[in-house]
Design a binder for this molecule. Structure first.
Ligand SMILES: [Zn+2]
Length: 367
């Protein structure tokens, strides 16, 4: 059954909460983010596709692109089956590994993007967007080439463009914006909203920011089905061209951080995801930050389902991380600085881990 909550009046944020105001350094809108990326020396910005609603998706990059020689196989699966994955990844090691941050597949889940843009500023200028010097983060992150798609679901983001923060927001109001409200006044709920795919937009008074203009939840889109959404095509093409070693798929919840591994990746990749989840959560705990969770279960809350992270792995071989940054529900954290601190700590720890151990684990040899 699709559980829905009935509301007579429009839900509102709590009294005193202004979801349209945040500190200046808190960048969440596609146009302002692009302007910021284009202002940085050493950062390149390019269009990588269009959304279902015809909006531009863009990516920014820091560091030189380097492709390894000896690539004869355009399919990871074929290279594995043939007994030599270097025919897919190339021979030898890159000077710099590549990590890709993908923000806001759910349009108003932008807290991770805020942190990822601060990281970009640290790469370019050595300090975060509050002006604080961050030499340790710079040192860890400059080991790698860094790619960022700040907003994948530009449609969802732009339909609620004036909403820029959620600290202490009423969860019912959050659900109304994120999941949507039907023409008869019912607010869709997570996860039962997933029982309609796509969401019939003509039945919605408010189409939630979870979805693109065609009503698709991009994380469950079907890149193998031949009729996927243009955002998915843009992401997969970009991954295939750039061949990142690690892809961070950024979301927002109460701050459960790096999630258990996706269901349909090999065991050694699952093990790598578990390791990275542990160090990221532990780094937040060491600093006494208000969120520091490590996974409590070896699997996702719903068991095995094919997710965007599985698609990313099978397209390019990257270790796919699903990261849930905190948005400040229940007023915890209760300020933007702590949300940023948690985000930067996670990214710092992942960069350091990748530098020490590689992002991608060595593939086992079966032959
Ligand atoms: Zn999400």
């Amino acid at each position: 059954m699709n559980k829905k909550t009935k509301t007579r009046k429009p839900a509102k944020p709590r009294p005193g909460i202004d979801v349209t105001k945040a500190p200046k350094w808190w960048l969440t809108k596609p146009d302002e983010i692009r302007e910021f990326c284009e202002s940085l020396n050493g950062v390149e910005v390019e269009d990588i596709g269009l959304t279902a609603g015809g909006r531009t998706i863009y990516a920014a990059s820091w560091g030189e692109r380097e492709m390894l020689p000896g690539r004869t196989c355009g399919s990871l699966s074929s290279a594995i089956a043939g007994g030599d994955v270097s025919t897919f990844f190339g021979k030898g090691e890159r000077k710099k590994q590549v990590w890709l941050f993908v923000g806001a597949a759910h349009g108003t889940e932008f807290e991770g993007t805020v942190a990822a843009l601060n990281l970009l500023n640290i790469l370019a200028k050595g300090k975060d967007l509050r002006g604080r010097k961050q030499p340790e983060i710079a040192k860890a992150a400059r080991q790698h080439r860094y790619l960022i798609i700040p907003t994948l679901n530009v449609d969802g983001r732009e339909r609620a463009l004036d909403h820029v923060q959620w600290v202490n927001c009423n969860p019912k109001y959050y659900s109304m914006i994120s999941q949507g409200r039907t023409n008869d006044g019912q607010i869709l709920q997570w996860p039962t909203s997933k029982l309609q795919f796509p969401i019939p937009s003509d039945e919605m008074e408010i189409l939630g920011t979870y979805f693109n203009d065609a009503g698709y939840n991009l994380v469950y889109d079907g890149p193998l089905a031949g009729d996927c959404q243009p955002e998915t095509t843009a992401l997969m093409r970009y991954c295939r061209r750039e061949m990142p070693d690690c892809v961070m798929l950024s979301h927002t919840d109460n701050g459960s951080l790096v999630q258990p591994p996706s269901a349909f990746v090999p065991d050694h990749v699952k093990q790598r995801i578990d390791q990275m989840a542990a160090v990221a959560g532990s780094a937040c705990a060491r600093k006494g930050l208000p969120k520091s969770r490590v996974p409590k279960s070896p699997k996702s809350y719903c068991g095995d389902s094919f997710y965007q992270s599985d698609a990313v792995y099978h397209a390019c071989g990257a270790v796919p991380l699903l990261i849930e940054f905190p948005c400040g529900w229940q007023n915890n954290p209760d300020n933007h600085g702590d949300i940023l601190e948690i985000g930067l700590t996670v990214l710092h720890e992942l960069a350091a881990f990748g530098g020490h151990y590689r992002f991608r684990p060595i593939d086992p040899r079966w032959k």
